[in-house]
Design a protein around this ligand. Structure first.
Ligand SMILES: [Zn+2]
Length: 433
């Protein structure tokens, strides 16, 4: 609690003085009676200063501003560089903390003893130069809290979640992950309702870090009751799918399109005639999706990257082999995000929309190969995702038995608060096979 209060105080100060060029020292006083553990330090033992990296800030500039001279800065940077490349890695807007010893508090040239840089909410780098120079990376403690929630649709899922104070991430999980192939979330009806068992993630016990996973869900839509249970089918490749109460995979083998919000701009057409080529037939064996430059391109199915390179009219492209029958190819990328030989999962970002090669505008040309020939993906009866193996099926049905019972025992009561269950460890969550 104290940490949050101090952080808010410091940020508020910075805001007010943001126009001033001069850097102000802000040393937060900590209440005597409390122990504040953060970054592995008892902050009560130190004076500390929190700020964010500003434009033009470097490790050297920050330390120099805090009365550390250049010979020492070089020495620190040199020792720390195997852990953290100070010169290149500081990003504008990321928070950092400086610790000061309480001993020489009266000294007007107070020098910090430790620099802590937070790369993400969870991960941080410590460079401690109090005595000897030490540098290491670490993570903040994370807690997982299991919860259950219910909702009844009035207009749409986001509104229902918002009214109940639930994370919008639950909507994404249900619409994009779990029920993407079984429910059209733009066509939900008033009175459709759901139950969900999920895990929320917190950093340092207090900072909400989103929905970690959805363990099980139940959706009533159009008179259908759709169960979904999370289950890991391949622990090596870390493949997690959702299956219904009969162990049927809820996922299709292929996504309909490789971009989330793209406009179908040109379909597969063997008889296409183009004015530019004097109305001669120039077959188009791909399906074009127009989208702004930089839009993420997703692998439409699990598979192995067999090509990731730049060539002629294709520009920068990626080709993925899914199995003996199917491969897909994605052209005109701004840049690829995968390497040849890499295994990718459906929905993984493999590159970004661009206009390299022969491309009149930003789009991704999606090519769908079946048995070595390019076909129209919209005319294919796409296979269902890999069914669960017989041996796993037995385990799965055992596994979901108590979860389904728990799910069935959750009642739809609009006024009912979110139920918080026990706090669990990460191992307990991932133990889903
Ligand atoms: Zn095309």
């Amino acid at each position: 609690m104290a940490i949050t209060a101090i952080a808010v105080f410091v940020f508020a100060c910075k805001e007010d003085n943001s126009t001033e060029e001069t850097y102000e020292k802000e040393i937060a006083e900590i209440a005597e009676e409390e122990t504040i553990l953060e970054f592995g330090y008892d902050l009560k033992q130190y004076e500390f200063k929190r700020d964010t990296i500003k434009k033009g800030d470097t490790f050297g500039i920050i330390l120099e501003r805090n009365n550390i001279g250049y010979p020492k800065i070089y020495q620190i940077a040199e020792k720390a560089k195997d852990t953290f490349d100070i010169a290149t890695k500081l990003q504008v807007g990321k928070p950092y903390t400086l610790l000061f010893s309480k001993e020489n508090l009266s000294d007007s040239l107070q020098k910090p003893t430790t620099f802590i840089y937070q790369e993400t909410l969870e991960e941080y780098v410590v460079i401690d130069f109090k005595d000897s120079i030490q540098a290491y990376t670490s993570r903040k403690p994370i807690t997982y809290v299991q919860k259950t929630a219910t909702g009844v649709i009035e207009n749409n899922i986001s509104e229902t979640l918002e009214k109940k104070g639930l994370s919008h991430m639950l909507a994404y999980k249900m619409a994009d992950d779990i029920y993407a192939w079984t429910i059209d979330f733009r066509r939900l009806q008033k009175g459709d309702r759901f139950k969900v068992m999920y895990t929320d993630k917190y950093i340092d016990d207090t900072i909400y870090a989103g929905v970690h996973n959805v363990k099980a869900a139940y959706f009533e839509h159009n008179g259908d009751s759709l169960y979904a249970f999370e289950f890991k089918t391949d622990s090596v490749k870390n493949i997690i799918d959702y299956f219904n109460e009969d162990a049927k995979n809820l996922r299709r083998a292929f996504l309909k399109m490789p971009v989330k919000f793209g406009r179908l701009s040109s379909r597969y057409n063997l008889k296409r005639r183009i004015a530019y080529y004097g109305y001669k037939v120039r077959p188009h064996k791909g399906t074009d999706f127009a989208a702004p430059i930089g839009t993420p391109i997703m692998a439409t199915a699990n598979g192995t990257v067999v090509e990731s390179r730049r060539r002629g009219g294709n520009g920068k492209y990626v080709k993925i082999r899914h199995n003996d029958t199917y491969s897909t190819q994605y052209l005109h990328m701004k840049a690829q995000n995968v390497k040849k030989g890499q295994f990718v999962k459906q929905g993984d970002i493999i590159g970004w929309v661009g206009m390299t090669g022969n491309s009149g505008g930003p789009h991704v040309c999606y090519r769908f190969w079946k048995n070595g020939k390019q076909v129209d993906p919209f005319r294919q009866k796409l296979p269902e995702a890999k069914p669960i193996s017989d041996s796993l099926k037995v385990r799965y049905l055992e596994y979901i038995k108590p979860i389904k019972q728990q799910l069935d025992n959750i009642h739809f009561l609009e006024a009912e608060p979110i139920e918080q269950e026990n706090t669990i460890t990460e191992d307990q969550i991932t133990d889903i096979q």
